[in-house]
Design a protein around this ligand. Structure first.
Ligand code: XMP
Length: 305
């Protein structure tokens, strides 16, 4: 990208030209990519755009409230509360790729319902360059790339940021006036907290991953990580008062990266690590142990599943 202003002008012109008078839908996730794509598209075509946020129950803490704060000004914003449907379909599903498939499929159903209701002709997507590369290499089945267009019969797909890297998207977001909580937000996987709890997705594990991730984001802000989050690994023994308890093990991961394709685990000081364990094990119910992940990518991936 040569120049942010120029990029925005060109993207607006391209979106207007592609859409004409048609209605377009975009799936908002709360992340910087879809938020920026929505802001770009809204600037281009106003209320021809229907932004759709599906609350899967697998989102970060406060995400739905943030969506309202940031996007209520868009007349046709739709917020769908689908958490019960997701948890029901995820019952008994333990394989990571199977989880992604179920979540992707449910997402398509939710989105399709709205797209049909509003009679949408076009789909706007916040796909960025690294998404396309990873999707082509099929490293993981990223549900937010592909999928949708095959099922809903759209006339066309608009991907105004298809050639941008993440840092360029953030520049565009800032230029468009998106709040810092969004423009500076860490990337978050499409399947959400489901890939941050190992094995079956239960409300209890997701609650722990959500609360612990919130603590990690707060405590590690000063380290300016590319991504920092918590993962619920399994159960281990701990003590509470005089009793042995069998609680969850939470792993903290914090990495530096430019595009997510490779990453380095961050070096954290001991006080920070201790604050993390004390807040996570001390304030979140049913956590017995906190560990820090020191593995780079490769050999590990950033996410655990
Ligand atoms: P990995 O775990 O493959 O992650 O090193 C690289 C980047 O991609 C994100 N990620 C995903 N994003 N759907 C997404 O939209 C997914 O299924 C998915 N899996 C990983 C991850 O958060 C990191 O930024």
């Amino acid at each position: 990208m040569v120049n942010t202003d120029e990029f925005i002008d060109d993207a607006n012109a391209e979106i207007r030209e592609q859409l004409g008078d048609s209605t377009a839908v975009i799936a908002l996730s709360g992340g910087v990519d879809s938020s920026t794509a929505a802001a770009l598209a809204y600037e281009a075509v106003g209320d021809q755009l229907v932004p759709v946020y599906v609350d899967t129950g697998l989102m970060r803490k406060g995400e739905t409230e943030e969506i309202h704060r940031e996007f209520d000004y868009m007349e046709r914003l739709r917020v769908v509360d689908a958490a019960d449907r997701y948890f029901e379909r995820l019952e008994g599903v333990t394989d990571p790729e199977e989880k992604r498939k179920v979540i992707g499929d449910q997402f398509i159903r939710e989105f399709e319902t709205v797209a049909k209701e509003v009679d949408a002709d076009y789909l706007v997507q916040g796909t960025i360059y690294p998404d396309r590369i990873e999707s082509e290499g099929n490293i993981k089945s990223h549900h937010n790339v592909g999928g949708l267009p095959d099922v809903v019969d759209f006339e066309g797909i608009v991907e105004p940021m298809r050639d941008l890297y993440k840092d360029e998207v953030r520049e565009v977001a800032r230029e468009l006036g998106l709040e810092e909580v969004i423009s500076e937000r860490m990337p978050f996987p499409g399947p959400g907290l489901a890939v941050r709890v190992l094995g079956e997705v239960t409300r209890e594990k997701v609650r722990i991953a959500r609360e612990a991730t919130h603590v990690v984001e707060e405590e590690l802000e000063a380290y300016d990580p590319w991504q920092a989050f918590a993962v619920v690994l399994g159960k281990a023994t701990g003590v509470k008062g005089d009793n042995r308890v069998h609680g969850h093990v939470v792993a903290v991961r914090s990495v530096e990266s430019r595009d997510g394709m490779t990453a380095r685990a961050q070096e954290l000081d001991w006080d920070t690590l201790q604050r993390l364990q004390s807040r996570i094990a001390g304030t979140i119910d049913n956590v017995s142990r906190v560990v820090y992940d020191v593995t780079h990518k490769p050999p590990a991936t950033i996410e655990y599943e």
